[in-house]
Write a protein that binds this ligand. Structure first.
Ligand code: GLV
Ligand code: GLV
Length: 327
């Protein structure tokens, strides 16, 4: 029998894809740092039984129409806004993501960003390395406290709950907003559910962890930033497009909020001369939420396992389910 063909859109370590090489013909885009060009992806998709994709690959109708043999798309991310799930489902193509294995790692990073923004860690690290430190002084690089403050989590899924747990360790009061109530988080960390407007008004730190959907796209507008405290820090570890970046820039420039910690951007990679990156009040990271060696290996492993299961005719571990009314 002809072996199935699996295309992987980025160079991954051979030992990570071994389980697939044993059952399929596996080809990879040869570069680790650069995305697979669209024309290559389209060409490979035509023959592929399975695709292992990155969040930077657009799996849209054009691609899905070209992919006549495709049975499964395994996305190396928990988010899957890069995939037209509805259209894939209409073609009986299974979509898989990598939840759970990255939850704590991503929560750690969200908290690191929160702390870095509050305590000006990146600015201070640059300060000493650039030889600007001429001596200790009382208010030098003074930031703001996290402990005993209020954190407002927008998007209380697994990662949001894991951030709440960390916040509890810092004696923070935890507020949250979500599509639906999260009773588990309410019990485990005494998180209090609020509507978005009240959450924004009461939080010292607003942390966005919601998936990008039609409902959350451009959720954070100038008016939303205006509803926040002028001392508030906004942290985004979900997707850039939940924010109107021009509005965030304006809110920061006008002092409507005090700062931002951003791991994600509307266009990735963001241009180095983007005005947001010029602001001292912005702590920016290049989308590294789940980036630890351990977790990335677990994610690759899960992606490969899911593909192998589907190719054998079994149910994958972590299939994305199409919910009514949702993308
Ligand atoms: C990263 O952003 C992910 O969705 O896993
Ligand atoms: C991730 O698994 C989430 O639901 O936030």
């Amino acid at each position: 029998m002809k072996k199935p063909f699996v295309y992987i859109t980025r160079s991954l370590p051979d030992e990570q894809v071994k389980q697939l090489s044993e059952i399929a013909i596996v080809e990879m885009w040869e570069k680790e740092e650069e995305p697979c060009p669209r024309n290559v992806l389209l060409e490979k998709a035509k023959q592929a039984d399975a695709l292992l994709t990155m969040l930077s690959d657009q799996v849209d109708q054009e691609l899905l129409n070209a992919a006549e043999n495709l049975k499964v798309i395994s996305n190396l991310a928990v988010g899957y806004d890069n995939i037209d799930l509805k259209y894939a489902s209409s073609k009986d193509i299974i979509v898989c993501n990598t939840p759970d294995v990255l939850t704590d790692t991503t929560a750690d990073l969200a908290f690191a960003l929160l702390m870095a923004a509050a305590r000006r860690v990146v600015e201070a690290a640059d300060y000493i390395k650039e030889g600007k430190w001429k001596g200790w002084s009382p208010l030098q690089l003074a930031g703001i406290d996290l402990h005993h403050k209020t954190i407002g989590i927008v998007g209380m899924g697994k990662i949001g709950s894991a951030v709440a747990k960390r916040a509890k360790g810092f004696d923070m009061k935890v507020l949250y907003h979500n599509r639906s109530r999260n009773e588990e988080a309410e019990q485990a960390v005494h998180a209090e559910y609020l509507d978005l407007e009240d959450l924004l008004a009461q939080s010292d730190f607003v942390v966005c962890l919601t998936p990008l959907t039609e409902q959350t796209k451009e959720l954070f507008t100038y008016d939303r930033f205006k509803q926040m405290k002028r001392t508030a820090i906004f942290v985004n570890v979900s997707r850039g497009a939940v924010v109107i970046e021009g509005d965030l820039l304006r809110a920061l420039e006008e002092g409507m909020i005090a700062g931002a910690g951003l791991d994600v951007f509307v266009k990735e990679p963001i241009e180095a001369d983007h005005p947001l990156l010029k602001l001292q009040s912005v702590t920016a990271l290049p989308h590294i939420g789940s980036a630890t060696g351990e977790t990335r290996r677990k994610m690759m492993d899960l992606c490969c396992k899911n593909i192998a299961l589907v190719l054998k005719g079994d149910k994958p571990y972590t299939q994305v389910q199409l919910k009514a009314g949702k993308r």
